[in-house]
Design a protein around this ligand. Structure first.
Ligand code: F6P
Length: 531
């Protein structure tokens, strides 16, 4: 199948020629529950599409999907189920792990979160200097990126305390975030699945010390979100302010549960439920739509066509929505920590690259930064545009029209490009001649035939954000299944963590450097000499 796809790629028509069929935009797009995914501006032909669907079938996608939703331990290297979908299974039935229905526990924790969020938002839960005005979430990776992304995305719905995030162990993050906050009215959430992560624990201790300078009982203004209840108790956080979850929720898939508490504090439990319902609706679509009409499957197959078949190394995620500012960063962890791997589930080498490099920035800012390379650079970057039909600011409607026009213009420019002849005519009209004309014309050629997809949604509401995030989660799953890898472990982050713990004493003054590798020792010597 791979060989056939690669042969088709070698004979791929120009994308623009595929539009001779006026039905192409309908044929190569999927609409579901208000979302519309258009992949017509790619060189996927009907034959390619059939073969890409064949890949999904050959990988037993439907079987793996059903196994995931049913709580089977598909995270084989950690012997765990993968059940972030259970966290938003609000209207669904029982979900069993090891013979036990997990749904009562999920619903209890959600109710406990709502009760706490309501108390904080109403002022019933108070800091030692009055009602809570600010919430600081301390966490990193999956315990940070989702809540950061979602609280920015859902700013128009935020009517609770202000939310702030500390993730980096660099003290600058902590110092800048706490600057101007009143410890007496600040609530601190320590969010860590393991409650052992160096960055989070160091930050949590430093924030506790900051608070202890002003309030009598700092622990009273702390809450914890973790699977490690012994560690949260050791930290001094009472059980009624500990929100626990199970090991079947991966860090980068965890904002649907207690890790999303900062989101709920910002937007309230009703809107948080709408966010869950959007994701649940996407889960249902993924579970029930035919593979050829299945949006996450389509995103994954387009991704595979571009990365594995064409060999394009990266993909750019380009939201034309300023409030999706952190969406590319959030996706980087979701996609690259999940699928940036080289061995299959059972440890065999994968014979092609898995996991493209994901990057991006909101438009239109990116247009004034890196789009030059996207349009005229030698390497092809498939672009994934996203845009809402409507904005949130009716008085700024003309700005929204401008964002729409820019988004559409970019994908059209990538498709059509500009030929040498057109560029030459333009420059000739400006009076250039001879070799000068040739040189100026060449600078203004756009090769075109560059692939892009466009995801259109009505408006970035909590429900729609839930749909979009779940869409990308399932895309990652489908790509992982087709490549035969386990998307739910992350062994590749371990080595650096181990070495950082080992090197911490070595960078402290006066430490014995004999056991340190000479390559690192030379840098430590240089740092010591510079400090
Ligand atoms: O970077 C590795 C990682 O384990 C991520 O998978 C995780 O989201 C992050 O660290 C934070 O982990 P924790 O929530 O346990 O502090």
């Amino acid at each position: 199948m791979w060989d056939k796809l690669k042969a088709q790629k070698a004979q791929a028509p120009k994308i623009v020629d595929l539009f001779q069929s006026s039905d192409r935009p309908n044929q190569f797009s999927i609409s579901a529950d208000g979302l519309h995914f258009d992949f017509a501006k790619t060189d996927i032909t009907e034959d390619c599409w059939a073969d890409l669907l064949g890949l999904a079938e050959a990988a037993d996608l439907a079987k793996w999907r059903d196994a995931m939703f049913a709580g089977e331990k598909i995270n084989v290297t950690e012997n765990r189920a993968v059940l972030h979908t259970a966290l938003r299974n609000l209207d669904g039935g029982a979900v069993y792990v090891d013979g036990q229905d997990v749904m009562p526990g999920v619903k209890d924790v959600l109710a406990k979160m709502a009760q706490f969020a309501d108390a904080v938002r109403s002022g019933a839960f108070r800091g030692q200097g009055g009602a809570i005005t600010d919430v600081v979430n301390i966490g990193i990776g999956g315990s940070d990126l989702g809540p950061v992304m979602a609280t920015i995305a859902l700013k128009p719905y935020a009517d609770g305390p202000r939310t702030h995030f500390i993730s980096n162990v660099d003290g600058a993050d902590l110092a800048d975030t706490l600057d101007g906050l009143n410890p007496e009215t600040t609530l601190v959430l320590v969010a860590s699945k393991t409650f052992t992560t160096q960055e989070t624990m160091m930050n949590a201790e430093s924030v506790r010390a900051w608070m202890a300078q002003s309030v009598q009982d700092p622990a009273a203004q702390f809450a914890a979100i973790s699977t490690n209840l012994d560690a949260t108790a050791d930290f001094g956080i009472p059980a009624d302010r500990v929100f626990d979850f199970e090991d079947w929720v991966g860090g980068r898939y965890s904002m649907w549960g207690p890790i999303g508490l900062s989101i709920m504090l910002a937007i309230g439990s009703n809107d948080f439920n709408a966010f869950l319902r959007g994701a649940q609706a996407m889960d249902q679509h993924f579970l029930t739509a035919d593979l050829g009409e299945n949006m996450p499957v389509a995103l994954a197959l387009v991704g595979i066509w571009h990365h594995q078949v064409h060999g394009y190394a990266t993909r750019a995620v380009l939201p034309y929505e300023q409030r999706l500012l952190r969406f590319p960063a959030y996706l980087q962890q979701m996609e690259m920590e999940s699928n940036g791997k080289s061995v299959t589930r059972d440890g065999q080498a994968v014979d092609q690259t898995v996991g493209p490099i994901v990057w991006g920035e909101p438009g239109t800012n990116g247009q004034h930064a890196f789009y030059q390379l996207i349009h005229q650079g030698k390497q092809v970057v498939p672009c994934e545009f996203m845009v809402g039909a409507e904005g949130h600011d009716p008085e700024l409607e003309h700005h929204h029209k401008a964002i729409l026009a820019n988004c559409l213009a970019q994908s059209e420019a990538l498709l059509l490009g500009r030929s040498y002849e057109v560029a030459r005519d333009r420059m000739a009209a400006k009076g250039y001649e001879g070799t000068e004309l040739e040189a100026h014309a060449m600078q203004r050629v756009f090769p075109g035939n560059r692939p892009s997809t466009t995801l259109i949604y009505a408006k970035l509401t909590p429900y729609v954000l839930g749909q979009i995030v779940a869409l990308y989660e399932h895309r990652v799953f489908v790509e992982g299944v087709i490549m035969g890898i386990n998307s739910y472990d992350q062994w590749g982050v371990e080595l650096g963590k181990e070495l950082a713990n080992k090197l911490l004493p070595a960078v402290e003054a006066g430490a014995d450097l004999n056991d340190v590798h000479p390559a690192t020792r030379a840098l430590i010597d240089r740092i010591n000499a510079s400090g």
